[in-house]
Design a binder for this molecule. Structure first.
Ligand code: PLP
Length: 373
């Protein structure tokens, strides 16, 4: 029996065809017709005005902060319950993160954000931006967050790296702030092996993102540069794969949601097992199915279950370790409720890849039941 991975890449014939087309055309560079096509089709798919295809989601976060003029001396409020890339980007521009805890949706607590912004304002701090993370595919509560941010005229960057195909009040994830960030890393809902996309309603911002991402070359016959640039563009080969993946995005999302539903149906009634709640204001793409295990009620704990699954050659993982608990970010200001601490102590991600077969999901469920009872 083969190992079952948490969220492996899932690509098919069409992506291969497009990749070979790009290869044979000799557009083997970080520009080309597939890059242009992927940007156009992606912007249309999520209902964004404009999109820039980049080398990673992290690069997209970095450029989003630069475009909004965030730099040294600025504070950036950010979800503490996330992957490190979100907060790393704040440090790339020399700004200071303020880590904000989650509410019962596992995403940023809008009331706590309001408090963080208020206190920063009262201290006379400069507010650069707020980065909100759509966790495991679930959108944060953007009506509440945008209202709070509007009071302080601070722009919102939406880290939708995990949330392509999710919605918030019928609007696509990634389009709910001033700028949206997506990732096509190998474990995400669609992949280009590595890659990212920055979207915005502002044509000017996206034009500038493309400029900065191609070494900031001024228009001149020779190489001339007036500002610091980056090598952040997506390769044409990878954009070809991305176009193929985008064609079947709806199927990928449907499969991830079905995987979650089956886990809930077959494991949801076990004592001490609770799945990540789905907020009623939107529809998650269910990128990863995640749960908490209450040791007292379950008679076992997260790590016992994780190790037992590993014995069956099944990969599962603890949920993200919050950024305020990371040695590298522990010294920064944090607004905490205890929610993400608790989730980190008890939370587990189950194999959720869209290529997971019914049989393999059955294997996960059986192995889980054997340890949980
Ligand atoms: C994956 C991820 C990123 C980083 O994306 P890369 O394409 O790997 O650079 C950023 N934020 C979150 C929340 C992610 O899950």
């Amino acid at each position: 029996m083969a190992r079952i991975w948490l969220s492996p890449p899932h690509v098919g014939k069409r992506e291969r065809e497009l990749l070979l087309d790009a290869f044979d055309s000799n557009w083997i560079a970080p520009l080309g017709p597939h890059v242009d096509g992927f940007e156009r089709e992606f912007a249309e798919a999520v209902g964004a005005g404009h999109a820039a295809a980049l080398s990673s989601g992290t690069a997209a976060l970095h450029l989003a902060l630069l475009l909004l003029g965030v730099g040294p001396g600025d504070l950036v409020m950010v979800s503490t319950f996330t992957f490190a890339a979100t907060v790393n980007a704040i440090r790339y521009v020399g700004a200071e993160p303020v880590l904000v805890d989650s509410d019962e949706t596992w995403t940023m607590d809008p009331a706590l954000l309001a408090l963080a912004l208020q206190e920063a304002k009262a201290r006379g701090d400069r507010l650069g931006a707020v980065i909100v993370v759509d966790l495991y595919g679930q959108c944060a509560d953007y009506d509440a967050i945008n209202e709070v941010c509007a009071v302080h005229s601070v722009p919102v960057i939406e880290d939708a790296a995990e949330a392509l195909g999710s919605t918030y009040r019928a609007r696509s994830a990634g389009t709910l702030g001033a700028m949206g960030v997506f990732s096509f890393n190998g474990n995400k809902i669609i992949t280009t092996s590595g890659g990212g996309m920055l979207v915005s309603e502002s044509a000017e911002h996206i034009e500038r993102a493309r400029f900065l991402a191609t070494q900031a070359r001024d228009p001149a016959p020779h190489y001339q540069h007036s500002v610091i640039g980056f090598n952040y563009r997506m390769s044409n080969l990878l954009a070809a794969v991305g176009r193929g993946q985008l064609e079947i995005l709806a199927q990928r999302v449907a499969r991830r949601r079905a995987i979650r539903e089956r886990y809930v149906a077959e494991l949801g009634s076990l004592a001490g097992v609770d799945f990540m709640p789905l907020a009623t204001y939107g529809k998650s793409n269910c990128w990863l199915t995640t749960m908490t295990i209450d040791p007292e009620a379950a008679g076992t704990d997260r790590d016992t279950i994780r190790l037992a699954l590993a014995e069956h050659d099944i990969e599962s993982r603890p949920v993200w370790k919050p950024m305020h608990l990371q040695p590298v970010f522990a010294a920064y200001r944090a607004y905490l409720t205890g929610v993400s601490n608790d989730l980190f102590a008890r939370g587990l991600c189950l194999p959720s890849g869209s290529s997971l077969t019914e049989d393999d999901q059955g294997r996960v469920i059986n192995a889980f039941r054997m340890t949980a009872v």
